[in-house]
Unconditional design. Structure first.
Lengths: 388, 321, 295
C-alpha cells in the first residue's frame, strides 16, 4: 500500500515538473525586453558559465537601474547547456522559440556555439559569445561565408597566439619553447597552434609539445619530461585552474623559466592557486589590464565585487561586454527587433567596453588591442600593449 | 501463431497511424521547433533505453558504459556522411555495425566478470572510448566533429525507433531471448541446463551496443556536431536511470521512462542545478521503495485493461511478480 | 636531466599520488570486504573531507592537524548516516539495486555540493611553507613527505586496529562469514557502521591532504580519484587491506610513468586498462586469494 502511494507521489512530482516546464512557454509581456543566455551552468565548464552569467546579469541590472532600454526593462532568461554541444542546441531552441528572446548570450565553448548556430540562423535571432575563439564560430567552414547572426566579444586565436609568440621571441629572447596544451579545449589548442606557427616563423624551435586534460591535478610527471628538454620558455595557454597548479608544481620541480599564456589565465584565483611567488616571471595576454585606471574597468570591478562578493574574471568581464554591446546595438537601432539588433551590432565601432575598445570587423570578430600582463608578487602588472 | 501475426499487424498499423498524425502536425507547424527537437530526443532516448534494457534488464548484466557505444555510432556515422559522402542509411548501418563490433570485442572478455566488477569495467571502457576519441585529430579531437549535416528528421527517427522496439521485443520473445532471461534469473542453473551463457551474454551485449550506435548516429546528425563531452558517464547514467525507472525487464517501462525523463529534463532546464539533485534523489527513493521501477518486468498490454482472463500470450515476459 | 634521474623523479611523483589513492582505496576495500558493495559514493566522501578541511582552515582558522581530524570525524559521521539510510535497507536486495543507490548517493553529494558551495574551485590557504630538497637532481618537496608520512601513520593505525583490537577482530569475522559472526554474538550492524566510519575517515584525510598539496578543490573532484582508487583496490586485491595500500602505490607510480614517458592525456585510460587487465587475468588481485563461488 505504501509502495503504491510512494509511486503515485513520484508520478505526481514528475507530472508537476512536466506541467511547470510546458506551462513555461511564456506569454510575452509587452513592457519587458527579453534577452537570453545559453550558458554552461552545470557540467565541466560550469565555473566559466556561471561567471559569464554573473557578468550578463550585472549588465542587465545596471541598465535597468538607469531606466532600461527604449523605455522598457530588460530581463535575462538563463538556459543551462550542461557544457554539452547537443544541449546547447536544445537550449538555444528553447530560448528562441519558447521564451522568445530577442538576443542570446551564446555559450563559452566554441563547439556549443556552433551546435546552436543553425538555430540562430533559421530563426534570425543573434547569438554573441563572450569567449568562443574558434574561427569557425563566425565563419561557416562549409561555405566560407560569415554567419549573419553569430558574433563574439573576444579576439580570436590567431591574433593572441601570434602576440605571445612575438613577445617570447623579441622581448624574452627565447630561442626554444615548450608547449603544454589543454587538450580538452579547442581554445587552448588553437592558441598553441598559432603560437607555434609564429614562433617558428620567427626562427624559434619548439622542443616539446605536451598535453593535459581539464580537471587534471597532477602535472609533475609531464613537467619533469618538459624540464628534461630545457626549453627557454613554456607556453601554457589553458584555463587558470589548471595553469595555477601547473605553475606551482613547475616551480616546486625547480623549473624557473618564464611561463606564458592567454586570456584564460585571467582570474583572481590564479595567484591563490599558484602562490604569488610561483607566478613571478610569468606573462599572459589579456584584453585589458587591471592597472588600467580607466573608469570603465574600475567601475565594473567595483560593481561586480559589490554584487557577487568576488573579483570578476575574464569570463565575467567579456560576458558583461557582450551583453552591453548588444544593448547598445538595441539603443542604436531604436528597436528590440532581433534582425535590427543584429544589423546594428555588426556595425559596432570603437565601443568602449571593459575589456578594451571594440570594433567588430567583417567577420563579426572584435578588433581590439591586446595587453601583455606580467605577474609580479601575485599582482597583474602591465607590461606591453600590442595593437592589431 | 496466427494470434501473434494479427496482433503484430495491428500494432504496426497503429504505429503508422501515429506516424501520420505526428508528421502532419509537424508539417503544419502545429508542433513547434522546440517540441520537434524534444520528440527527436525522446525517440533517440527510447532506442538507447530499450537497448540498454536488453543488456541490463533482460540478461541481467550490469553495463554502465552505454554512452561509449553511442559515441562510436555517432562518430562513425558522421565520418561516413561527411568524409566519405555516403548516404544516411549507410552511415547509420555503419554506426550500428561498428558499435556492435566494439560491443562484441569488449563483451567477449569482460562478460566473464559479474555484478559489480562488470559495472566498473564497462564504466571504464566507456571512458576509455571517450578519451580515445578525444585524442583523435581526424574526428576533431577536443573540438568535436563539426559540420555534420542535419539528416535526422522525425521520419527517420520514428521508424528506426519502431524498428528497434520490434526487433528487441521479438528477440526477447524468442528462444534466444528466453536464454538471456534464464541467465538473468540464475546463471549457474542456466549453464547446467545447457544454455551457452557466454554466447548469449555476448549476443545481448552486441545487439544492445549496435542499437546504441544507431541512436548515436541519429544524434550526431541532428545536432550538427559530435563532441566527446556528450558521451560521458553522465549520459550512461541518464540512460541507466531511464531503464531503472521504467523497470528492468520491461520494454514498455523503458519507453515510458524515456518519454517521461526527457520531458522532465526539458522542464528542469530552467533550474539546471536542481536537475541532477532531483534525478539522484529519485534514483535513491526508487531503489528504496520500488526497486522494480514503474512496470517491474511486466509489459503494458491491452489485456491489462480488460479482464485478467487470458494467461500466457505474446506481450508479456514473466507473469506473476 | 638524464634518463635515470627522470625515472627517479617520476617515481617520487608517483609515490605521493599513490599514497592518496591508497588512503581512498582502503575505504573501498574495507566496505567491499564487509558487505560486498562498491560504494560509488566513496570518492565524494573524499571530496567532502576536502571541503570540511577547507572550511575548518578558512572560516574557523584551524591549523593543519585539528582541521584534518575534524574532517575525518565529520566524514565518518556522514559515512555512517549514508550507510544507515541508503544501504542498510537494501542489504538483502539484488546487487543492481544497491549499486544504483550508491550511484544515486554519489550524484546527490556531487550536485548537492555544487548547489551548496558553488562549482567554483576553492583554494586552501598556505598551511605550511614548502621546503624543496634537491637530492642529486631529483626534487622532493616537504609536502610530498608530509603526505607520505601521514598516509603511513594512518595505515599503520588501521592495521593495528584491524589486527590487535577486538573491534578489528569482529570486522575480520564479519567479512569472512557474516552469518557465523552474527551467530557468535557480534553486532553486525554496529561493525558495518564502524567500517564505514573508518573508511570515510581515511578518505577525508586524503581529501584534506590533496587540498593542501594541490591547493584546489571543487565539488566534482571525487569522481576520478574515486574510480581510480577502486582500480587500486582491485589491483591489490579487493577485501585485502595491505592490498589496497600496495595497489594504490603501484597505480600512482604507473600513472606517473605513463604521463611522463607517453602522454598524460592517456593517464585515465591507463588506469582503466589496468583494471580490465587485472580482472581478466588475475581477478583476485595481487594479494588476494581466489575464492570459489559456491552454488
Amino acid at each position: 500500500m505504501f509502495i503504491r502511494t510512494v509511486s503515485k507521489v513520484l508520478v505526481l512530482i514528475l507530472a508537476v515538473a512536466l506541467v511547470a516546464g510546458c506551462g513555461g512557454g511564456s506569454q510575452p509581456k509587452s513592457d519587458v525586453i527579453k534577452m537570453g543566455a545559453n550558458l554552461e551552468m552545470t557540467g565541466g565548464n560550469a565555473t566559466f558559465g556561471q561567471s559569464a552569467a554573473n557578468g550578463a546579469k550585472l549588465a542587465i541590472k545596471e541598465v535597468n537601474a538607469k531606466g532600461g532600454v527604449l523605455g522598457k526593462q530588460l530581463s535575462l532568461t538563463i538556459a543551462d547547456n550542461k557544457s554539452e554541444a547537443a544541449e546547447a542546441a536544445n537550449a538555444m531552441q528553447k530560448l528562441i522559440t519558447q521564451d522568445k528572446v530577442v538576443a542570446v548570450i551564446a555559450p563559452i565553448a566554441s563547439s556549443s556555439v556552433i551546435a546552436g548556430a543553425q538555430v540562430n540562423q533559421d530563426n534570425k535571432v543573434l547569438a554573441i559569445s563572450p569567449t568562443a575563439s574558434n574561427p569557425k564560430v563566425t565563419v561557416d567552414p562549409a561555405t566560407g561565408k560569415v554567419r549573419d547572426f553569430l558574433f563574439r566579444a573576444a579576439f580570436i586565436d590567431p591574433f593572441q597566439g601570434a602576440v605571445m609568440a612575438n613577445f617570447a621571441g623579441t622581448t624574452l629572447k627565447a630561442k626554444t619553447a615548450a608547449l603544454y596544451i589543454d587538450n580538452s579545449s579547442d581554445y587552448a589548442k588553437g592558441l598553441a597552434q598559432f603560437f607555434k606557427e609564429t614562433f617558428i616563423k620567427n626562427g624559434g624551435k619548439i622542443v616539446s609539445e605536451e598535453a593535459y586534460l581539464q580537471k587534471d591535478t597532477d602535472f609533475k610527471a609531464t613537467l619533469t619530461k618538459i624540464k628534461a628538454q630545457n626549453p627557454d620558455v613554456i607556453f601554457a595557454p589553458g584555463y587558470y585552474q589548471e595553469v595555477g597548479m601547473i605553475v606551482k608544481q613547475a616551480r616546486e620541480l625547480g623549473l624557473t623559466v618564464p611561463f606564458m599564456g592567454g586570456d584564460g589565465w585571467d582570474s583572481a584565483k590564479l595567484p591563490e592557486i599558484a602562490g604569488a611567488q610561483a607566478l613571478n616571471n610569468t606573462f599572459f595576454s589579456n584584453h585589458y589590464s587591471p592597472d588600467d585606471s580607466s573608469p570603465a574597468v574600475k567601475a565594473f570591478v567595483e560593481a561586480y565585487k559589490k554584487e557577487y562578493n568576488q573579483t570578476p574574471d575574464a569570463f565575467a568581464a567579456l560576458s558583461y561586454d557582450a551583453t552591453m554591446m548588444t544593448i547598445e546595438a538595441m539603443k542604436r537601432a531604436n528597436s528590440a527587433e532581433p534582425v535590427k539588433i543584429k544589423d546594428e551590432l555588426a556595425k559596432t565601432k570603437d565601443y568602449a567596453a571593459v575589456s578594451g575598445k571594440i570594433s567588430l570587423n567583417a567577420t563579426h570578430d572584435p578588433v581590439k588591442s591586446a595587453v601583455i600582463i606580467e605577474m609580479k608578487d601575485g599582482k597583474q602588472t602591465f607590461r606591453e600593449k600590442v595593437n592589431p | 501463431m496466427r494470434e501473434v501475426t494479427k496482433r503484430d499487424l495491428l500494432t504496426l498499423a497503429a504505429c503508422l497511424v501515429l506516424y501520420a498524425v505526428m508528421q502532419t502536425l509537424i508539417e503544419f507547424n502545429v508542433i513547434g521547433a522546440f517540441w520537434q527537437l524534444n520528440i527527436v530526443l525522446i525517440c533517440i532516448n527510447i532506442i538507447l533505453a530499450v537497448s540498454l534494457n536488453l543488456i541490463n534488464g533482460f540478461t541481467g548484466q550490469f553495463s554502465i558504459g552505454h554512452a561509449g557505444f553511442m559515441a562510436v555510432g555517432a562518430y562513425m556515422g558522421a565520418v561516413l556522411t561527411v568524409k566519405m559522402q555516403m548516404p544516411f542509411l549507410v552511415a547509420i548501418a555503419a554506426g550500428a555495425v561498428s558499435a556492435g563490433f566494439l560491443g562484441f570485442v569488449i563483451g567477449l572478455p569482460t562478460l566473464r566478470l559479474n555484478g559489480d566488477y562488470l559495472a566498473i569495467a564497462t564504466l571504464g571502457l566507456g571512458e576509455i572510448i571517450r578519451i580515445t576519441i578525444l585524442n583523435i585529430p581526424y574526428v576533431g579531437g577536443a573540438s568535436g566533429f563539426m559540420g555534420i549535416p542535419r539528416l535526422t528528421n522525425f521520419t527517420w527517427v520514428f521508424f528506426l525507433t519502431v524498428f528497434s522496439i520490434f526487433f528487441i521485443k521479438n528477440l526477447i520473445n524468442s528462444t534466444h531471448g528466453r536464454a538471456c532471461i534464464s541467465i538473468r534469473e540464475n546463471e549457474i542453473a542456466a549453464e547446467a541446463m545447457g544454455v551457452d551463457t557466454t554466447k548469449y551474454k555476448v549476443l545481448a551485449f552486441t545487439i544492445g551496443a549496435s542499437f546504441a550506435g544507431v541512436a548515436g548516429a541519429l544524434f550526431s546528425h541532428y545536432f550538427y556536431i559530435a563532441h566527446p563531452a556528450s558521451f560521458t558517464f553522465m549520459r550512461s547514467f541518464d540512460i541507466l536511470t531511464m531503464v531503472v525507472l521504467g523497470g528492468l525487464g520491461s520494454i514498455s517501462g523503458s519507453i515510458t521512462a524515456a518519454i517521461l525523463l526527457t520531458f522532465v529534463s526539458a522542464a528542469l532546464a530552467s533550474y539546471p542545478e536542481w536537475r541532477m539533485v532531483i534525478y539522484s534523489l529519485m534514483l535513491i527513493v526508487l531503489m528504496l521503495y520500488r526497486p522494480q521501477g514503474l512496470f517491474g518486468n511486466k509489459e503494458l498490454s491491452l489485456k491489462m485493461f480488460g479482464s485478467l482472463k487470458r494467461g500466457g500470450g505474446k506481450s508479456g515476459t514473466a507473469q506473476g511478480n | 636531466m638524464d634518463f635515470s634521474t627522470q625515472l627517479i623523479q617520476q617515481l617520487i611523483n608517483g609515490l605521493s599520488l599513490g599514497s592518496i589513492y591508497a588512503l581512498i582505496a582502503l575505504g573501498y576495500t574495507m566496505v567491499y570486504g564487509i558487505i560486498r558493495l562498491i560504494n560509488f559514493a566513496h570518492g565524494d566522501i573524499y571530496m567532502l573531507g576536502a571541503y570540511v578541511g577547507y572550511f575548518a582552515t578558512t572560516v574557523f582558522k584551524m591549523s593543519f592537524l585539528p582541521a584534518l581530524i575534524l574532517a575525518m570525524v565529520v566524514a565518518a559521521v556522514i559515512g555512517v548516516a549514508i550507510e544507515r539510510t541508503a544501504y542498510k535497507p537494501l542489504r538483502h536486495a539484488p546487487k543492481i539495486a544497491v549499486l544504483i543507490t550508491a550511484i544515486g548517493v554519489s550524484l546527490f553529494l556531487e550536485y548537492g555540493g555544487m548547489i551548496l558551495v558553488s562549482p567554483q574551485p576553492r583554494t586552501f590557504p598556505e598551511m605550511f611553507t614548502t621546503q624543496i630538497y634537491n637530492i642529486g637532481g631529483v626534487i622532493v618537496n616537504s609536502q610530498q613527505i608530509v603526505i607520505l608520512v601521514i598516509s603511513l601513520v594512518l595505515m599503520v593505525l588501521l592495521t593495528y586496529i584491524v589486527h590487535r583490537t577486538k573491534t578489528g577482530k569482529a570486522m575480520r569475522a564479519v567479512s569472512f562469514d557474516t552469518d557465523a559472526a552474527r551467530l557468535m554474538g557480534i553486532d553486525v550492524d554496529r561493525i558495518i557502521s564502524i567500517t564505514f566510519a573508518i573508511g570515510s575517515g581515511l578518505a577525508a584525510a586524503a581529501g584534506v591532504l590533496v587540498g593542501v598539496y594541490y591547493n584546489s578543490i571543487d565539488p566534482l573532484m571525487g569522481i576520478m580519484p574515486g574510480l581510480k582508487a577502486f582500480v587500486a583496490a582491485v589491483l591489490g586485491g579487493i577485501g585485502v587491506i595491505p592490498g589496497a595500500m600496495l595497489g594504490g602505490v603501484i597505480l600512482g607510480v604507473i600513472e606517473a610513468l605513463v604521463s611522463g614517458f607517453i602522454s598524460s592525456t592517456f593517464r585515465d585510460a591507463a588506469a582503466f586498462a589496468i583494471l580490465i587487465i587485472i580482472l581478466l587475468f588475475r581477478p583476485s588481485g595481487l594479494l588476494g586469494k581466489n575464492v570459489r563461488e559456491k552454488v
